[in-house]
Design a protein around this ligand. Structure first.
Ligand SMILES: C[S@@+](CC[C@H](N)C(=O)[O-])C[C@H]1O[C@@H](n2cnc3c(N)ncnc32)[C@H](O)[C@@H]1O
Length: 238
């Protein structure tokens, strides 16, 4: 009946309280993670950047699942996060790992405005926001190839690798958050991804202390453009 509150599965939009395990993940920067959770659940929802139905799993499915990516990234590296949207995984990673220098690449103005505000409000000195598409010339000029390029829910592996490869330094890594499709995506796209200079594709799990650990596809960018051309020629012959 009109005016009655909705009920049934998925109708709960209460924000998940901070789970005790979040303290182990964010350490002494837990207060920043809580501030981000609060911005997401208020401004993020109001501006249509995150669905209200995500709020009951805001920590479990978003903040913590993204922050545990930290396990796959060594100290003091540069990271580019492609298609950050409302800041996932880049912002939780930047909160958990102040030693990383993180660039968030996102084409939509509405989203980059929000990201700039989050960075300012949280005082995240290790985060830069760049507006544009990962494959655009202007973006490629604006950023230095990074040690690690991350992404979540941006594109199927082949397209993701095509966009990510030029942004990864030789010897650097692709680290893509993926779901259950990870192994199938590798089987389907391995050859094409190799053509973009990304090899050694592997499915990894991090955050095994969480109820639902995070599944990653990782890969390594081969050393030079010359190597990449060689790899493409070898791919065509094979
Ligand atoms: C489904 S959203 C995922 C957002 C965020 N990564 C997350 O997991 O919540 C996909 C994001 O990728 C961005 N995007 C799409 N194509 C892109 C491209 N070529 N380069 C960079 N970002 C892109 C979109 O604007 C959008 O914010």
């Amino acid at each position: 009946m009109a005016g009655e509150p909705e009920s049934g599965p998925g109708s709960n939009t209460e924000t998940e309280p901070t789970p005790p395990i979040a303290a182990a993940i964010f350490g002494e920067r837990l207060d920043l993670a809580e501030k981000y959770a609060s911005i997401l659940s208020e401004e993020g929802v109001l501006r249509g950047l995150i669905g209200p139905r995500e709020l009951p799993q805001l920590w479990t499915r978003h903040l913590m699942n993204c922050a545990v990516l930290s396990e796959a990234i060594d100290e003091d590296l540069t990271v580019i996060d492609i298609g950050s949207g409302a800041g996932l995984p880049g912002i939780p990673l930047a909160i958990a790992r102040p030693d990383l220098a993180i660039t968030l690449i996102e084409p939509l103005l509405r989203r980059t405005t929000f990201l700039d505000e989050v960075v300012t409000e949280l005082g995240l000195k290790n985060v830069t926001v760049v507006r544009g598409r990962a494959e655009e010339k202007a973006v490629l000029k604006a950023v230095q190839p990074a040690d690690v390029v991350t992404s979540r829910a941006v594109a199927p592996l082949e397209r993701l690798a095509k966009w990510s490869a030029p942004l990864i330094r030789g010897g650097g890594r692709l680290v893509a958050l993926k779901g259950r499709s990870a192994a199938d995506e590798i089987a389907r796209d391995r050859e094409k991804v190799s053509g973009f200079g990304i090899r050694d594709l592997t499915v990894e799990e991090c955050g095994t202390m969480l109820e639902t650990p995070t599944t990653l596809i990782t890969g390594r960018r081969i050393e030079s453009a010359k190597d990449a051309r060689k790899a493409r020629r070898a791919g065509r012959r094979g």
